[in-house]
Each structure stands twice: as structure tokens, then as C-alpha cells.
Ligand binder design. Structure first.
Ligand SMILES: Cc1cc2nc3c(=O)[nH]c(=O)nc-3n(C[C@H](O)[C@H](O)[C@H](O)COP(=O)(O)OP(=O)(O)OC[C@H]3O[C@@H](n4cnc5c(N)ncnc54)[C@H](O)[C@@H]3O)c2cc1C
Length: 291
């Protein structure tokens, strides 16, 4: 099918884009890489009256290192640009490892970081990774700028704090701690498919014990699911078999996924627990290799 008729704007500046969104309110929709929006429009599951194409707006595809070692990533940065940035992989290995799990390279060539974050498919990798990393999102509108944490950004099934008149312009990722252990893993029916369940996590160790940890699962709820009970259990513990098995149990207990045509709720709970245990094992192995 073809999209329903719409008016197309291709602004040259962020100010103009923001003005157009302000003018058209709920009728307007931003076009970034088009990898999610265009299929939805072609299937007429989305029928925006106005499209505001961000592809000519300069300055939104920059990856910069902040003074504190954190990253500032423009919302229009292609997913593939992250994947190909060797320096970024040094600065944030978890983010670098997440991107190749997104669809296929043709999709990542066009798909943007901001598009994935705002589209907010609960099975997407980047929303969960941004929660795990404690990222902040910068939203611009005619009223100015505001900053929302990734954790507050995701409200429910494909629902975010981004209003119809706002543009996500930048993602701020805190500096990566030296020696941090990490892993990301997922189960999908075929390579490139959306995950049926996945996990992104990091662990900071102090000697042989966990000092701090973040665990976020995706594909197991309406939005990224941070499992704070499991994080608490890890604190002060060694990453041994007993700890990992208990974390698996906690994750299983905490998850409340829905069943759908891809997998039952019980399957997702079980896979969520097992993936978390395995990912912690992989993170621990990284620590052993580095020692
Ligand atoms: C076959 C296939 C497989 C895929 N597999 C995966 C996968 O495994 N994992 C995964 O995470 N994704 C997957 N995707 C989706 C892909 O990552 C998309 O690129 C992404 O979801 C949307 O990014 P985009 O830049 O294409 O955004 P678009 O499609 O252009 O926009 C998506 C939505 O976000 C809004 N938006 C975009 N940018 C902004 C902004 N800066 N500010 C405010 N709103 C904005 C748009 O208005 C629209 O509502 C897949 C897509 C396809 C077609």
C-alpha cells in the first residue's frame, strides 16, 4: 500500500523544524531515517497530515566527547555511524555492541539513534541501553530546551515523554567507568529480527565484589524494564554461580511480560532470567580476561 496523502516539509534549520511542529501540533510527524515511520505510513497504521523531514537540518549527526569523558550524540546520527566508530567503542563498549543487533546493516545505514529512541519499540536495543547507561535526552521545542532522563522518557508501550511539538536533538551519555564489566544479549527468532527478550547490563567491581550495577531488559514489557531488585542483590556480592542463579530467579519473578504471537509471557520470563544470568557470566569473564 501507499501512504495516505501528506504535506512534506524539509526545513534547513532546527528553528524552522521546531516552528513547523509548533504550527501543526498533533498533525505533524518528524521523519528521520524512515525505517519505522515509512512502513507504518505505507500500511496506513500512521497517517500524519504533515511530515517534517529532519535530514537537511545541520549539526544533529555529531558524535562528540564531553569534557567529563561522556558522549554527546546527535539524534540524527545514523546507527551505522555508531557501529563504525572505533573510538566510540573504546569509550562505550556497551553502546557499540548494541547497535549491530539492530535489524540489518541496510536498516542501520538509514536508521538514526534518535528515531529508535523516540519510536520506542519495547523490543528495541537502544532504549534499554540508554536506560542502563543513565543517558539524558535533550528535547527542543518552540518553548526552548528541556532534558529528560532515559528512565523518565519511557512511559509505556511506544509512549514517551516527547511531545508532538518536540524534537529529540541530543543524547548525553555519562562517562564510562574504567574497568567496568558489561554485556548485552538477546534472543530473536532470526538474526536481525526484533528481540523476543534481551538484556543490557554493566557491573562495577571493587576488589572481588560488585560495587554497583545496572540491569535493563527489553522485549519483556511495554518499555525498557530495569530490575532494581536484581541490582541490589548484586551489590557487595561476588559474581559467582550462586549469585548469578539468584539473580536469574529474581529477574524471573520481577518480569511481568505479555504474551503475543511471538512468545508467551512465561517464555519471556524464563528467557529474561536465563539471559541475565548468562550476560553476567559474560561480564565476569571479561573481568577475568582483563586481569
Ligand atoms: C526489517 C526491520 C528490522 C528492524 N529491526 C530492528 C531491531 O532489531 N531493533 C531495533 O531497535 N530496531 C529495529 N528496526 C527499526 C530501526 O531501528 C529504525 O531505524 C528505528 O526504529 C527508527 O529510526 P528512524 O531513524 O528510521 O526513525 P523514523 O522511522 O524516521 O521515525 C520513527 C519515529 O520516531 C519519530 N522521530 C524520529 N526522530 C525523531 C526526533 N529526532 N525527535 C522526535 N521524534 C523523532 C518519528 O516521528 C517517528 O514517529 C527495524 C526496522 C526494520 C524495517
Amino acid at each position: 500500500m501507499k501512504p495516505a496523502p501528506f504535506t512534506y516539509y524539509c526545513p534547513d534549520t532546527l528553528d524552522e523544524a521546531v516552528r513547523l511542529l509548533h504550527e501543526h501540533g498533533d498533525d505533524g510527524k518528524i521523519l528521520a531515517g524512515g525505517q519505522s515511520l515509512m512502513p507504518l505510513m505505507s500500511l496506513r497504521l500512521a497517517r500524519p497530515a504533515v511530515i517534517v523531514d529532519m535530514n537537511r537540518v545541520p549539526g544533529l549527526d555529531r558524535i562528540a566527547v564531553n569534557g567529563d569523558g561522556g558522549l554527546s550524540i546527535g539524534a540524527m546520527t545514523r546507527q551505522r555511524a555508531i557501529e563504525r566508530d572505533a573510538a566510540l567503542a573504546e569509550r562505550n563498549p556497551l553502546l557499540a555492541a548494541a547497535v549491530p543487533l539492530i535489524g540489518h546493516f541496510q536498516i542501520r545505514n538509514r536508521g538514526t539513534v534518535g528515531g529508535s529512541l523516540v519510536h520506542a519499540d519495547p523490543a528495541s536495543e537502544l532504549p534499554a541501553v540508554s536506560v542502563t547507561l543513565g543517558a539524558d535526552f535533550v528535547l527542543a521545542s518552540a518553548a526552548g530546551e528541556r532534558v529528560v532522563s532515559a528512565e523518565d522518557f519511557y512511559l509505556g508501550y511506544m509512549a514517551t515523554a516527547c511531545e508532538a511539538n518536540e524534537v529529540l536533538t541530543e543524547v548525553r551519555v555519562p562517562a564510562w567507568k574504567a574497568g567496568r564489566l558489561w554485556a548485552i544479549d538477546e534472543v530473536a527468532r532470526r538474526k536481525g529480527d526484533f528481540a523476543m527478550a534481551g538484556v543490557a547490563l554493566w557491573v562495577d567491581m571493587d576488589g572481588g565484589a560488585c560495587a554497583d550495577a545496572r540491569i535493563t531488559l527489553f522485549g519483556v514489557g511495554g518499555k525498557p524494564v530495569r530490575v532494581e531488585k536484581a541490582e541490589q542483590h548484586l551489590k557487595g556480592a561476588a559474581l559467582d554461580d550462586a549469585t548469578l542463579k539468584e539473580v536469574e530467579r529474581i529477574v524471573f519473578e520481577e518480569l511481568e511480560p505479555d504474551s503475543d504471537i511471538h512468545a508467551s509471557a512465561l517464555y519471556r520470563k524464563e528467557v529474561g532470567g536465563v539471559l541475565t544470568r548468562r550476560a553476567l557470566g559474560a561480564a565476569a569473564a571479561r573481568g577475568t580476561e582483563a586481569a
